[in-house]
Design a protein around this ligand. Sequence first.
Ligand SMILES: Nc1ncnc2c1ncn2[C@@H]1O[C@H](COP(=O)(O)OP(=O)(O)OP(=O)(O)O)[C@@H](O)[C@H]1O
Length: 290
Amino acid sequence: MFISLDHIGKDFRGKPAALDEITLDLPSGMIGLLGSNGAGKTTLMRILCGIIQPTRGEVFIDGHNLAKASVRRTLKKTLGYLPQDIEPYPNLTPLEFLDYVGVLKGIDSKSSRRRQATELVSVVGLASAKDRRIGGFSGGMRRRVGIAQALMGDPKLLIVDEPTAGLDPEERVRFRTLLASLGQERTVVLSTHILDDVAQTCPYVFVLRDGHLRYDGATSGLIGAAKGRTWITAEQVAPPPERTTVVNAITTPRGTRYRVITDNPPAGAVPAEPSLEDGYMALAMLNEGA
Ligand SMILES: Nc1ncnc2c1ncn2[C@@H]1O[C@H](COP(=O)(O)OP(=O)(O)OP(=O)(O)O)[C@@H](O)[C@H]1O
């Protein structure tokens, strides 16, 4: 599936543009979507899903303009969306809930819905709980029901908003492994604040900031933004040195070591191999002209 955004803008009344001049071609596979709170990620995902319309610009899915209602109707069948705040009905079992979602997605045959639902509870690791009520599930299990509902109809495009927020580390790793396997056969847009999830699963990433596109390209390229700029200060330095962006601080009995992004390393600092978090912070620093 080929997705192209052409000069997308979105205004909400009385506010600065939530999105402005977003022009982007999405490759297939796993794509990370990063950005601070209010950057416009959810707005962009809702536009991609055809839930809301952009104020300016156009979205093309396989060359078809999403502004047309007929294209949005077709998209609904090939799209899976896992919103941030999904709460599957607590009184239903996963199979019942997936059957209901199948009806909403226009899968008319009951046997086809049943077959897909049964397959999907297995894919997301809920086979042994398929006849239990969702109300008794843990947060991680509910997320898995959420991803299963997004996969009803075998969508070619899967859009997931903060899917691992609030999960314990083990469940998070399981969940992102599941997403990565899904990304082998389809386009998956993963919006998250957890940079490690993107670093581990997404070869491609784009970054929004205040509604503007600040980066799109290889994840390794974003990490590269911090190359030669990532330093670990000597232990005695406190407070953090000036003209640096602090990524983290480790305090020991002898003092604090800061991991910083800077073009002017303080005396005694040693260079460090950058991570995606460093690249993301370096991009923010470059954008601010720090
Ligand atoms: N329905 C709406 N009505 C008015 N303003 C909105 C609406 N939806 C989003 N906005 C505004 O658009 C901007 C972008 O919001 P959006 O939810 O897309 O950001 P986000 O990157 O998803 O943030 P977060 O990481 O906090 O979820 C914000 O200023 C927000 O207040």
